[in-house]
Ligand binder design. Structure first.
Ligand code: HEM
Length: 411
């Protein structure tokens, strides 16, 4: 049998512009599971088993080639070199043995006990934000809740003062452009943001070295006996935590609330059982599966190999679509049904899989488990005045830049 010429042509740059990209991704699963997008110069991998094995596959590297500094204008080169050098220290794009070492050191700070210990403070932050929201009327849920909560929590976790919050959103938005913002400059904004964050963190770390306290940052600075992160590694990974810790959780909060409002029977079930930790935890897993905070994650082929009859060449970009994997009917029964009682939601790949499996999963879950019941308690009726979803212009991060929410009407 000869190769069937694929009829479907998909450009990953379009994905964030579709109100619902899932049907298109499901067509790829059926017709062309390892799809070459000529427009993007990248492979799109969509089936659950393939995405999961892709996360595990050492032939698919996380470390990325960076363009040479000479390609940029002279005034920018120094900032660019510093950015490229910082990126090499971020564990999410580091390979073993560096990754192994960095992750082990980070784990010393982000222990389950340290995270669970934040619960009372997260509850207090949630109460404070809810108290500042009106009884009724329309609000931008992202601005009044979904952004400030995770930002404050990650600042708390790391131990940086709240004064950082006014800059953090801008920095993070610019760092996020580095993950692929179609039609935008994906190098300069993140490089400038990283430079500002580095300047801030350099001073902050020097202060904490002189005056240690008891937050994660102090554990990261202390290291493990002789094994410590260098100052550059510390700064790089703190930039990563500050960014990864709130951009994704922010999106998950608004995706989750929107999905609940659109599924009144599920919303009613969760409202009735909002004091039952098991039901709430199940709802959070189903939100992660059904409406997760990421479209896909990028890998680079470290060698050539065959996949579903396609030849992946060394250096090729490979996009692992976790959103598609979580809606694969080969894996989940009726995957497009949002069901907070689903028994196998937790098998989603919304936090990735394998070596780079999300380090902040327990924190993101805790924030959701505190926030959702508190929101439902404060507002007996919530609705969406507009049915449209405008995803942010990002190939990887999946969330709304703003979401109008009507308090006190509807379901
Ligand atoms: C809804 C919330 C979140 C989602 C959906 C999410 C998703 C992910 C995913 C998919 C990865 C794997 C990346 C890859 O394989 O290329 C990852 C890694 C990571 N995440 Fe999260 N994340 C979330 C929240 C957080 C939080 C709150 C933190 C706080 C510190 C965090 C820190 C990290 C770090 C440090 C890594 C890199 C781990 C490694 O390379 O070993 N994330 N995250």
């Amino acid at each position: 049998m000869g190769m069937v010429e694929p009829t479907l042509q998909v450009d990953p740059n379009q994905i964030p512009h579709l109100a619902d990209p899932v049907p298109l991704l499901q067509r790829l699963q059926d017709e062309d599971p390892v799809h070459w997008s000529a427009a993007a110069g990248a492979w799109m991998v969509t089936r659950y088993d393939d995405v999961k094995s892709g996360f595990h596959d050492r032939r698919l590297a996380v470390s990325r080639p960076m363009p040479p500094a000479e390609l940029f204008e002279e005034e920018f080169r120094e900032t660019y070199r510093a950015y490229a050098s910082s990126l090499k220290t971020w564990m999410v794009i580091a390979e073993p043995p560096d990754h192994t070492r960095l992750r082990k050191l980070a784990n010393r700070g982000l222990t389950p006990t340290a995270i669970e210990g934040l619960r009372p403070q997260i509850e207090a932050l949630v109460d404070e934000l809810l108290a500042a929201m009106p009884e009724a009327g329309d609000v931008d849920f992202v601005k009044s809740f979904a952004y400030p909560l995770p930002a404050a929590v990650i600042a708390l976790l790391i131990g940086v003062p709240k004064t950082i919050l006014k800059d953090l959103h801008r920095w993070s938005d610019d760092i996020a452009k580095g993950l692929g913002a179609p039609g935008e400059d994906i190098i300069r904004p993140p490089a400038h943001a990283a430079a500002e964050m580095t300047a801030y963190l350099t001073e902050f770390i020097a202060g904490r070295r002189a005056n240690p306290q008891d937050a994660i940052i102090d554990k990261l600075i202390a290291g493990d006996g002789d094994d410590k992160m260098s100052t550059e590694e510390l700064i790089g990974n703190l930039i990563l935590f500050l960014f990864a810790g709130h951009e994704t959780t922010m999106n998950l909060l608004s995706n989750g609330l929107r999905t609940l409002i659109r599924n009144p029977d599920q919303m009613a079930d969760l409202r009735r059982n909002r004091d039952d930790g098991t039901v709430v935890a199940g709802a959070v897993e189903e939100i992660l599966r059904y409406d997760g905070a990421l479209f896909m994650l990028t890998r680079f082929a470290a060698e050539g190999f065959e996949w579903h009859g396609q030849h992946i060449s060394k250096g090729n970009k490979v996009y692992l679509y976790c959103l598609a994997a979580n809606r694969d009917r080969r894996k989940f029964d009726a995957p497009d049904r949002f069901d907070i009682r689903r028994a196998d939601s937790k098998q989603h790949v919304a936090f990735g899989y394998g070596l780079h499996f999300c380090l902040g999963g327990p924190l993101a879950r805790l924030e959701m488990e505190v926030a959702l019941p508190a929101l439902l308690r404060r507002y007996p009726a919530l609705s969406l005045p507009s049915g449209d979803v405008n995803w942010r212009n990002n190939m990887s991060l999946r969330g709304q830049p703003s979401m109008q929410l009507r308090l006190g009407e509807g379901v």
